[in-house]
Design a protein around this ligand. Structure first.
Ligand SMILES: *[C@@H]1O[C@H](CO)[C@@H](O)[C@H](O)[C@H]1NC(C)=O
Ligand SMILES: [Mn+2]
Length: 379
């Protein structure tokens, strides 16, 4: 067989060699076990080649296009929503899901054990899938939000794989609180971002139409007005945006949020920030964790829609996320990763993947979710 000795992609037609009459080519039967050489426990159980080869799923987890079947079950699902037509500055986050998958390749290079959290999220009993992406139109934001909402609901309503009397958990887009009345009733939100995202539409240039009023700076305002957030339990952290004026902060409080400024890390450190968040959200409220990659300083994560200098390092952000252990996290997202602005070294997509790895480890350690309205425990 002819093949280049550098990286290449070949196109095969099945049976091509047989038809060409290469009788001397030895036939290899079975699943070609002899070619596989990497079978680390953290490798998703289905792949056995190098982490840099093969088709990218999140952390090389098994892929199933979950929206193609209403019955496919999981315990934790990764689901992309490639969408960037509600953005105010740099577009490009439609490539975020595929970029983060690429940035996640080496997560289980050595097996995936998370040292500071003392757990391996890849070797638990839970069924963890990459469910692919929701099909999202780039031509009509109203339709796009409907697609994202339906995609989320389809996954959220499924019975989990491990324990079928309990609801699933999903990682999805920033839009979950705005678009889906939660299966849990009003939720508590921990929002990591340099921006408030509770802006009234008029502040954020969204006055011309109802469609313009719903954008990446106003969705939490709409979520609060729709009663999707549990007032006085929500918190932003990493904030360092400029404002239209001090009234933006008043409106933010009206929307039910407390604010932790990015610069507070200089005085209270990561521990102080973790303490503030934990005190605000408690351990019993169902918590939705929404993370904008622009929480991290552009020195570490430049590829984002609205970069703001003066942010946390990737290390500091990961430490803060790990500090959320014990909080009742029911879902999480990471948004605003726009890989076209990244460095060749994939700084931003790696940072996003690593942050999700911390959240995934927290979810695995927490085990299956408790059920809203069920026999056990509070909510
Ligand atoms: C949320 O709580 C704050 C503080 O108690 C209050 O000022 C605000 O009006 C409440 N917001 C809503 C939408 O009820
Ligand atoms: Mn932001």
């Amino acid at each position: 067989m002819i093949s280049s000795l550098t990286s290449s992609i070949l196109l095969f037609a099945a049976g091509a060699l047989a038809h060409a009459g290469h009788d001397q080519t030895p036939m290899i039967a079975g699943p070609l076990q002899g070619l596989w050489y990497n079978s680390l426990p953290g490798d998703g159980g289905t792949q056995a080649d190098a982490v840099y080869s093969g088709i990218a799923t999140f952390a090389r987890l098994p892929y199933y296009p979950c929206l193609s079947s209403e019955t496919e079950r999981f315990d934790i699902a990764f689901l992309g929503a490639p969408f960037d037509t509600g953005t105010s500055y740099r577009p490009g986050a439609r490539f975020g899901p595929s970029g983060i998958r690429q940035g996640s390749r080496r997560l289980n290079l050595y097996g995936g054990y998370n040292v500071p959290l003392g757990a391996n999220p890849f070797t638990s009993e839970l069924r963890i899938l990459d469910c692919g992406d929701i099909p999202v139109t780039s031509y009509d934001n109203t339709w796009a939000i409907r697609q994202i909402e339906r995609g989320h609901n389809s996954l959220l309503m499924r019975k989990p794989f491990t324990n079928s009397d309990k609801p699933g958990q999903s990682k999805a887009g920033h839009t979950l609180p705005v678009s889906s009345p939660s299966a849990y009733g009003p939720v508590t939100v921990i929002h990591f971002d340099s921006h408030l995202d509770t802006w009234k539409p008029k502040v954020f240039g969204g006055e011309p139409s109802d469609v313009a009023a719903i954008n990446h700076g106003t969705y939490f305002y709409h979520a609060a007005m729709e009663g999707l957030l549990k007032n006085d339990t929500n918190i932003h952290a990493g904030i360092r945006t400029t404002l239209s004026g001090p009234s933006d902060y008043e409106n933010d409080g009206y929307c039910g949020f407390e604010i932790v400024e990015a610069r507070e890390i200089d005085t209270i450190g990561t521990e102080g920030i973790i303490k503030k968040i934990r005190e605000r959200v408690g351990t019993t409220n169902p918590v939705y964790l929404s993370m904008d990659i622009d929480t991290i300083d552009p020195a570490f994560a430049p590829a984002t829609g609205t970069p703001e200098t003066g942010g946390w390092s990737t290390r500091e952000f990961r430490t803060i996320i790990r500090g959320l252990e014990g909080i009742n996290i029911i879902g999480a997202d990471i948004v605003e990763v726009a890989p076209a602005y990244d460095t060749n070294a994939e700084l931003t997509t790696m940072a996003a993947a690593d942050v999700l790895y911390e959240v995934m480890t927290l979810m695995v350690k927490a085990g299956p979710l408790s059920v809203p309205g069920s026999t056990s425990e509070e909510l």
